[in-house]
Design a protein around this ligand. Structure first.
Ligand SMILES: [Zn+2]
Length: 609
């Protein structure tokens, strides 16, 4: 923590391990103060905010009662704890300029649109007086502050809503400030970060307030169509017209723990349905569970997480660093890949197909999450299908492969019974496939390769899967994956059961570990359907041609990756090295190829089967 004096108010700045600039501030506090002082002189907007700081959410009084735990706590301690209660750790709302100081590098914030003020378009009785009173009380001129800044050196356009200004409601000037900021971000090819906090539309501006939802959404769409990144951070409370427009339109949606997020306010819902809402309804955690939020991020982690996301995107499309790119062009990459295994054909013979099946299901065999951990750095899991839920049977996110940003999607079983149950034994629900597709589309937008790890007995079997359209979800993935204009690799690491596996395997390259299997159905299911006897599974597995070797011969997979005798997390190093090398070679072989050409090859690959 480093503290910087702003007039009489002490503001606490967060300091992250990844934040070089914060370290500079800590080592030379005087400089930081000078920078801020210059900024104040140059920028009227900041000056007004400095006035606003004099009436922060935490009052000037020495003590304050925490609205959550009702304990009396020192205001000083609240500020020191990044505006959280020292007793129950719940968050207080943050004044917009304090937020900007917590998140952006000192001296980099340049305010835009400060002259855009509400013009009382409906000539609503008493509205002008109300605005004037709020301005005087808070020093703010609208419910959002917008501008440009840097986050650990990454340039961004930023908007921060402020609940002190008419509950952060969206008036004409609010919408205009956001739209102008997003449009300028589009022109300057910059990412957008918006902190939302709002009661919704502003009643006193009527239908023109409603129009701001369309205006801001349209600006976000143009920004996205230009291939640019937007991140929204939902803070307490984010409701109504703000939720139903720009807040929910970020490529990546983060939320602060415990934040109230919804469309209708809880009291309105309770009055409408005549029931009390359950605890935690419309909380950030509730939204995560229902698939609408990518991640919940603690306040002290926020700057670091934003930096990681921004840098991963500003590096997108770049080649892997740390690779000797020019000298790793493979010899005859496309052919003869399995030769090494062919020479081990005698060993292969010793194992029956049923042995492979048993290996693929063995307890202790590395799981999707182990491959993620072993092959990618800075992996950040992103949750939810933005539709219904977040399926624990599929882990998806972004990370770096040899420094290159990639999207990673893995079917995940559990290491023990408890985790296995929590992950539905690796059997994805429709929301799992829809999350995967959402992340694949995002990868395409940002020109990131997609790397999938397949390990599933099959798609989830149950009423809920049917109600939500398991068949539709799988079909949709096959359809969309066939034309995704970005490199795609699928690696079978365990079981490859049916359409549930194929829904992550319409890839340019499909590889299998030596003991992985891939089949139309489980051998047990196959035997019971064909021979009415599930016990004949070993015989069925032989007939089904489900081993990696068989599938390579059939041309269903390009590559088989050798395994040690007993593959466990402890013995998986050589496997990780092989996979890493193969991925590197493949990405090198694509150098210079357009998305369309990659797509065409993928079409031909499946067309030929
Ligand atoms: Zn508390």
């Amino acid at each position: 923590m480093s503290s910087v004096q702003y007039g009489s108010d002490e503001i606490i700045l967060p300091q992250h391990a990844t934040d070089d600039s914060a370290a500079t501030t800590a080592s030379s506090e005087g400089e930081g103060i000078a920078d801020s002082a210059n900024l104040v002189k140059e920028n009227i907007g900041v000056q007004t905010a400095m006035k606003a700081e004099k009436k922060p959410e935490v009052p000037k009084g020495l003590v304050k009662m925490c609205p959550t735990c009702k304990n009396t706590v020192l205001a000083e301690d609240i500020r020191k704890g990044l505006y959280s209660c020292p007793k129950c750790h719940s968050y207080f709302r943050i004044p917009s300029h304090t937020r900007i100081r917590m998140i952006t590098d000192p001296g980099t914030f340049e305010e835009w649109g400060a002259d855009l003020r509400s013009a009382d378009p409906l000539e609503f009785p008493g509205y002008t007086e109300k605005i004037n009173a709020v301005e005087t009380k808070t020093g703010l001129t609208e419910s959002v502050i917008t501008g440009k800044a840097e986050i650990c050196g990454e340039p961004v356009c930023i908007g921060v809503c402020d609940a002190r200004f008419l509950m952060g409601s969206m008036g004409e000037a609010t919408g205009e400030r956001i739209a102008q900021m997003v449009e300028r971000a589009t022109e300057e090819k910059l990412p957008v970060v918006i902190f939302t906090c709002s009661g919704g539309a502003r009643m006193q501006e009527g239908i023109l307030s409603l129009m701001q939802m369309a205006k801001t959404a349209a600006a976000m769409k143009r920004h996205s169509d230009a291939g640019l990144l937007s991140i929204t951070v939902l803070t307490d409370p984010t409701t109504g017209g703000v939720t139903a427009s720009f807040a929910m339109l970020g490529d990546i949606i983060l939320a602060e723990p415990g934040a109230l997020i919804g469309f209708a306010g809880p009291r309105v819902i309770e009055q409408t349905i005549g029931q009390k809402l359950p605890k935690g309804f419309q909380s950030a955690e509730f939204l995560l569970e229902h698939g609408f939020v990518d991640r919940i991020v603690e306040r002290k982690e926020l700057k670091g997480v934003l930096y990681q996301l921004l840098s991963m995107h500003s590096d997108s499309g770049k080649r892997p660093s740390g690779l000797d790119w020019e000298n790793t062009v493979p010899d005859g990459f496309a052919v003869g890949a399995y030769e090494k295994q062919e020479t081990d054909a005698d060993d292969e013979k010793k194992q029956t197909a049923w042995d492979h099946v048993k290996h693929s299901r063995a307890k202790g065999r590395p799981l999707g999450q182990d491959y993620i951990q072993g092959l990618f750095t800075e992996f950040m899991e992103l949750h939810g299908d933005r539709n219904f839920g977040d399926d624990p049977a599929i882990i998806g996110g972004i990370g770096r492969f040899c420094g290159m940003p990639v999207t990673v999607i893995a079917q995940a079983k559990g290491h023990d019974t408890k985790e296995n149950m929590q992950r539905h034994f690796g059997m994805p629900l429709p929301e799992g496939y829809r999350k995967a597709l959402r992340l694949m589309k995002q990868a395409e937008k940002f020109h990131r390769p997609v790397i999938c790890f397949v390990d599933t007995p099959g798609a989830f079997c149950g009423t809920e899967a049917e109600e939500r359209g398991e068949g539709e979800a799988i079909a949709r993935n096959l359809y969309e994956m066939s034309s995704l204009k970005t490199p795609m690799i699928s690696i079978f690491v365990g079981e490859g059961g049916s359409g549930g596996a194929l829904a992550l395997a319409v890839a340019d390259q499909v590889w299998m570990l030596e003991n992985a299997i891939y089949s139309i159905l489980s051998p047990e299911g196959f035997a019971s359907i064909l021979w009415k006897d599930g016990k004949r599974a070993p015989e069925a597995s032989e007939a089904m041609k489900l081993t990696a070797g068989d599938l390579h011969t059939l041309g269903v997979v390009e590559r088989v990756i050798p395994e040690p005798d007993e593959l466990t997390v402890a013995s998986m190093r050589p496997v990780l090295e092989s996979i890493q090398e193969e991925i590197r070679k493949y990405l090198v072989s694509l150098d210079g190829l357009s998305g369309e050409e990659i797509c065409k090859r993928r079409y031909k690959r499946f067309r030929g089967l």
